[in-house]
Write a protein that binds this ligand. Structure first.
Ligand SMILES: [Zn+2]
Length: 214
């Protein structure tokens, strides 16, 4: 998660000018084949998102990982998917997580939380405010636990969303197992993300519950 719509446009433009946008046809086709039905499902389940100009790009640039902006703008990095050796189900889980950030309007909620914490920011020019949300360390620290809850929500809702889309819970949860396994600091909480180990535990428990109910 993270970044503004402006940041997305800038990153897409940078990748395009460096010939790194949608630069692997096979990978792009694989991601699109998995993402398309999930996006159609999102449009049905979250009707306000049907009007969005959904956009999906891929890149081989190793600096990007995967993210979705408000309004359904997504970017997936092949380096990240290769590094974790994701299966189709695991890649679907990653996409479902990103789609949940968008349809649950996590960006907007983060702005709301920032204004609740620092009401005087209502007077700040929006571009500055938007920039600070991702760059001002003091504000980011204050938002960390809120954002971690949003991450857990995107994990949980994303897993259930992908299950409704026909994927097996256990296969989806494999994404979090790989995330924890490949992390150098599986128990370390980053600013805005819960620890990979706790995400894997939550996904494992949810998948077991869902499998039991099948
Ligand atoms: Zn996320």
């Amino acid at each position: 998660m993270g970044g503004s719509a402006k940041l997305y446009r800038e990153q897409i433009a940078d990748l395009r000018s460096g010939f790194r946008l949608d630069d692997d046809e096979r990978f792009g086709a694989r991601v699109a084949a998995l993402a398309r039905p999930l996006i159609e499902q999102a449009k049905r389940e979250y009707p306000e998102s049907a009007a969005w100009d959904w956009e999906l790009h891929t890149t081989t640039d190793g600096d990007a990982n995967a993210y979705a902006m408000a309004g359904g703008k997504m970017l997936v990095s092949r380096a990240y998917v290769d590094q974790l050796a994701l299966t189709d189900a695991e890649l679907a889980m990653l996409l479902a997580h990103e789609i949940m950030h968008a349809v649950l309007r996590h960006n907007l909620k983060e702005f709301g939380e920032a204004l609740r914490l620092e009401p005087e920011r209502a007077k700040q020019p929006f571009q500055e405010f938007e920039h600070d949300i991702d760059n001002d360390n003091a504000l980011m620290r204050k938002l960390a636990s809120f954002n971690q809850r949003q991450e857990m929500e995107a994990d949980r809702e994303g897993l259930m969303f992908a299950v409704r889309g026909g994927w097996r819970p256990q296969a989806l949860a494999g994404y979090f197992r790989k995330l924890a396994k490949h992390s150098h600091y599986p128990n370390f909480e980053r600013f805005d993300h819960p620890s990979p180990a706790s995400r894997w535990q939550a996904a494992r428990e949810l998948a077991a519950q869902l499998e039991a109910g099948r």
